[in-house]
Write a protein of this length. Structure first.
Length: 348
């Protein structure tokens, strides 16, 4: 009873119904979209909601109670249409105390805009890594993907169960989990690389290290998929992983050379991505005993073996930002997840 009282008092302390001396959010600037008629959201947040969201996010109720909520109108992505929306600003603690995660959500639960600001690194974002992380969170947070709420710790527990499974399915499941994380990072690295090239910049060489490790792991893991795509398919998958590994190693070597130009790196990217390149060759392969492509077959196996994906959880469905050890990315992910889960609960 005492604990619940403390939680409720904390919620009241942070409630938007109390006038607190804080700067009015500039959501237009933080989200990069048009906003209108923004004012505090007058919604009661019960102790039960705080506790539920706390469990889902893996943060103390005090953290959830500190999320600032607003209402107003916001611009729909790639459109001039303005719709009713809720806004959130989430103050962050160590190791980025003073920073904030911001987002806007329409009444159907779609995310209209995201941003992370308030630290020198976030504000400058010279290499776009934080913008890409926020975009990854946004694209993995559609209402459809949020239908099945996954409490913090549940994914870790499921992964531990897979790690402890010594049978064939356990081996396949572990390889699938590693492959999915590697493919998520692959997409993030390619996105980062292309965005920087468009800005006439090169990606730091050390940012290629994690994806190089992932591709080497995939080449080794391919044999585990033999029961699913056959020995020929597993061999081809390993070869494609090694081909991708060579591409990223070449890119790292270029990035390490101070004489490398943006056009040099762009030539390499074009060479490996012409007509779909490595990605399409691998995903669309129909080698082995199945009359379908690897991507579909392995995805179905993921569902069959209940390999956990996470939900807006850095390290599972969301790779950490390039050059980050996962700590700051994890805090950003928790803040983002907390805001969405809180608004979802209040929308019900």
């Amino acid at each position: 009873m005492i604990a619940k009282t403390l939680i409720l008092l904390t919620a009241l302390l942070y409630s938007n119904s109390i006038v607190i001396d804080r700067e009015q959010p500039d959501f237009a600037k933080d989200l990069g979209i048009k906003v209108d008629k923004v004012e505090p959201l007058d919604k009661e947040i019960s102790t039960e909601i705080l506790e539920r969201v706390s469990k889902l996010v893996g943060k103390l109720p005090e953290f959830i109670a500190g999320i600032e909520l607003f209402k107003g109108r916001a611009q729909v992505r790639r459109s001039n249409e303005m719709v009713r929306a809720w806004f959130a600003r989430v103050p962050m603690g160590d190791p980025v105390a003073g920073a904030r995660v911001c987002l806007a959500m329409d009444m159907a639960g779609e995310i209209l805009g995201v941003g992370v600001w308030g630290s020198e690194d976030f504000d400058a974002d010279e290499h776009g890594r934080w913008a890409l992380l926020m975009n990854s969170l946004r694209t993995q947070s559609s209402p459809r993907l949020r239908d099945g709420e996954i409490a913090y710790g549940a994914v870790e527990a499921s992964m531990q169960k897979i790690e402890d499974d010594s049978k064939e399915n356990g081996q396949i499941a572990r390889a699938l989990a590693r492959t999915r994380r590697g493919m998520n990072r692959y997409a993030l690295v390619i996105g980062n690389l292309n965005m920087l090239l468009q800005q006439d910049k090169l990606m730091p060489a050390e940012w290629f290290d994690p994806i190089i490790d992932d591709m080497l792991t995939l080449a080794d893991d391919a044999v585990a998929f033999t029961p699913v795509i056959g020995s020929k398919g597993a061999m081809e998958l390993s070869e494609k992983a090694l081909e991708a590994l060579a591409a990223f190693e070449e890119a790292k070597t270029l990035a390490e050379d101070e004489d490398t130009t943006v056009e040099d790196m762009a030539d390499l990217v074009r060479r490996y991505t012409t007509a779909g390149g490595i990605c399409r060759d691998c995903h669309d392969s129909k080698s082995g005993p199945v009359a379908s492509n690897w991507r579909r077959v392995l995805r179905n196996k993921i569902f069959e073996l209940e390999v956990p994906a996470g939900m807006m959880q850095v390290g599972f469905d969301i790779p950490q930002a390039a050059g980050d050890d996962g700590v700051i990315s994890g805090e950003i992910g928790a803040a983002f997840r907390g805001a969405i889960m809180l608004m979802d609960q209040l929308r019900k």
